[in-house]
Design a protein around this ligand. Sequence first.
Ligand code: HEC
Length: 173
Amino acid sequence: MKRIGYLVGAVVALTSMIFCIAHASGHANAEGASIFGIKIPHGSRDWRVISVAHEKGSNNDLRAILGNDVAIKAYREGKLPFPDGTIIARLAWSYVSSEQNNKVFGRPQSFVAGPPINVQFMVKDSGKYAATGGWGFAQFKDGKPADEALLKTCFPCHQPFKAGDMVFTHYSP
Ligand code: HEC
């Protein structure tokens, strides 16, 4: 009887331990929030275009950089650093040759956005994200947030570009 008691106790302890570990590392939870507590901002797919870019190499993507109203206003007024409330989205799709369009041109010259790769966000909140230069970072693939290890790579790479408040993309008029 005593043994069963111990066993039950052990199971309870183990379960709560697992729950605690899951909870501590689990900011990437079912609600879709990342370690910075960022969810995909509602309506972000409808934001205005800041610019576009193409990366070769292992990414080989096409990307659109969009901004919320605060971001667009700051860009147009040349305001740096970006004010709190700024959110910049980076959407990436694979870079593919378009057979459909090439038929019209008669030669392989058309490249378009293929399937989506992922979406990244930079959210400015100088109080909340003071430890990372005022920016919170997030990445989602198929709506799912990236893990903590990946999100730890964002700030160190963006941080050296202080002249642009850590934002590389320039506004394309
Ligand atoms: C190895 C360096 C590097 C890492 C790591 C990195 N970025 Fe970037 N990021 C860049 C560069 C360079 C650009 C601009 C070039 C481009 O868009 O092709 C950029 C662009 C962006 C943009 C568009 C705004 C801007 O700064 O131009 C966002 C948003 C962004 N990154 C978020 C993230 C997030 C979130 C992570 C982590 C998951 C991340 N980045 C990791 C280098 C990096």
